[in-house]
Design a protein around this ligand. Structure first.
Ligand code: GLN
Length: 224
């Protein structure tokens, strides 16, 4: 019997807008195809969490209010998540979750929601237009089609360290200025793409493969 693959879904009950929990369901499908069982834990408010116990961490999107609630609980994860990310273990953060990996998110009412500050990026609101609609962007995994719905505009503070996940063909992505979507740092991915993003099988299969490798490293057993 193979050991189950363990996925931590950060604040599953709060951070799950526009079907983002579908990303975890799709990963479960691809991992099941490879003969793995998958255990998903909802790591929500007050729940103990050691990232090293997991093969994958998922952080979905949320509205400003949910982000405010989550941001208060989040700092206790900074150390464990920093170690996890720096070790090159896989993580996917969408929209509100992506924003919270950075330094801060300044919202429409002028509130600054403090992020984890693990990745050098920040997000600001600008009064003109909400970025909403279908998106298409090209990535190292091929073309990804999704949709976006966010007010926050994300900018990288260190363009050497972070690279964009994709180049926009349609839509806004990180912001209306840079023509890029999302972020990759080691095996941590951030994106504004809902839909969910992993309905694009190219990127879903690539992330599932990273999870299998991460799992093998954690439990120390070959997949065969
Ligand atoms: N509240 C954030 C914004 O509007 C994120 C929205 C989301 O996660 N869908 O930018």
């Amino acid at each position: 019997m193979k050991e189950p693959i363990r996925i931590a879904y950060l604040y599953e009950d709060l951070m799950n807008t526009y079907g983002d929990s579908g990303d975890v369901k799709i990963l479960r499908y691809w991992l099941n195809q490879q003969g793995y069982t998958v255990q998903v834990d909802n790591v929500s408010l007050g729940v103990a969490f050691n990232a090293a116990d997991y093969d994958f961490v998922f952080f979905g999107g949320g509205q400003d209010y949910e982000q405010t609630v989550v941001a208060k609980d989040l700092p206790r994860f900074k150390e464990t998540l920093t170690q996890y990310i720096e070790a090159g273990r896989p993580m996917l953060a969408i929209c509100g979750g992506y924003q919270l990996l950075g330094a801060y998110y300044k919202t429409a009412d002028g509130t600054t929601i403090k992020g984890l500050g693990i990745l050098p990026l920040h997000t600001v609101f600008k009064a003109d237009a909400r970025m909403i609609g279908d998106t298409e962007f090209t990535t190292e995994f091929g073309t990804v089609k999704a949709f976006e719905n966010h007010s926050g505009r994300t900018y990288f503070d260190d363009k050497q360290m972070l690279r964009p996940l994709g180049k926009m063909v349609q839509g806004y992505g990180n912001n209306p200025d840079d023509g890029v979507e999302g972020m990759r740092y080691k095996n941590t991915f951030g994106s504004y793409a809902h839909g969910p993003i992993l309905r694009n099988a190219n990127i879903a299969k690539a992330i599932a493969q990273l999870i299998v490798t991460s799992h093998e490293q954690r439990v120390g057993q070959p997949t065969a």
